[in-house]
Design a protein around this ligand. Sequence first.
Ligand SMILES: [Zn+2]
Length: 218
Amino acid sequence: MKYHPDIELLLKYSSGQLAPAISVAIGLHQEHCKECQQRIIDLESVGGDTLEALSISDSPSDLDNGFDLLMADLEATPQDNFQDKYDGYAVAQSDVDYLERLGKKDYWSFDWKRVTRKISRAVVDIDDGLHQVELLKFEPNAKIPKHTHEGEEFTLVLEGDFSDSNGCYREGEFIVQDQSDEHQPVAGSAGCVCLAITNAPLKFTGTLGPIINWFSRH
Ligand SMILES: [Zn+2]
């Protein structure tokens, strides 16, 4: 596997600080990816050590007392406050349901709409206030019109594969693209199903661009 979330995304994922839409995509990626599973485990333990170190360095500069100060600090933090602090980042139950449905490849239960003869889409209703989330299905060898990205686009390949001039993206891979990438992907011979997360609409740039842009807004 070649395309993974970067270390910053994994760190935010492991500490529950990611927008739910991206969190669901990384949750699905790590089900396919032993490397990222291990990185997340490592980051979770590093995260704990880092918090302890910060807690000590914020204290008066008596290092011998660091451990005692840390323990006092922890004891002074009621457990329920601790819980409150993290509830703000909790992924909603509906998002956990999406994670399970998509993990089981149960995407045919979504409400699909045809975009072209070879491309269909279904909205995934993860409302994190930042992202638009959709499933895209490409028939074998479908060409996705040339487009750029006004914001960031995160793509998780759920089934099959697609490629563009930068490479081939296979099942489970997590791809990040931004304004600087103009690309014209082509689905593989078995077609492709992707989870696509955008924070701004795609802008199609080819000959058919204006028409597709119009359709994608309606
Ligand atoms: Zn990975």
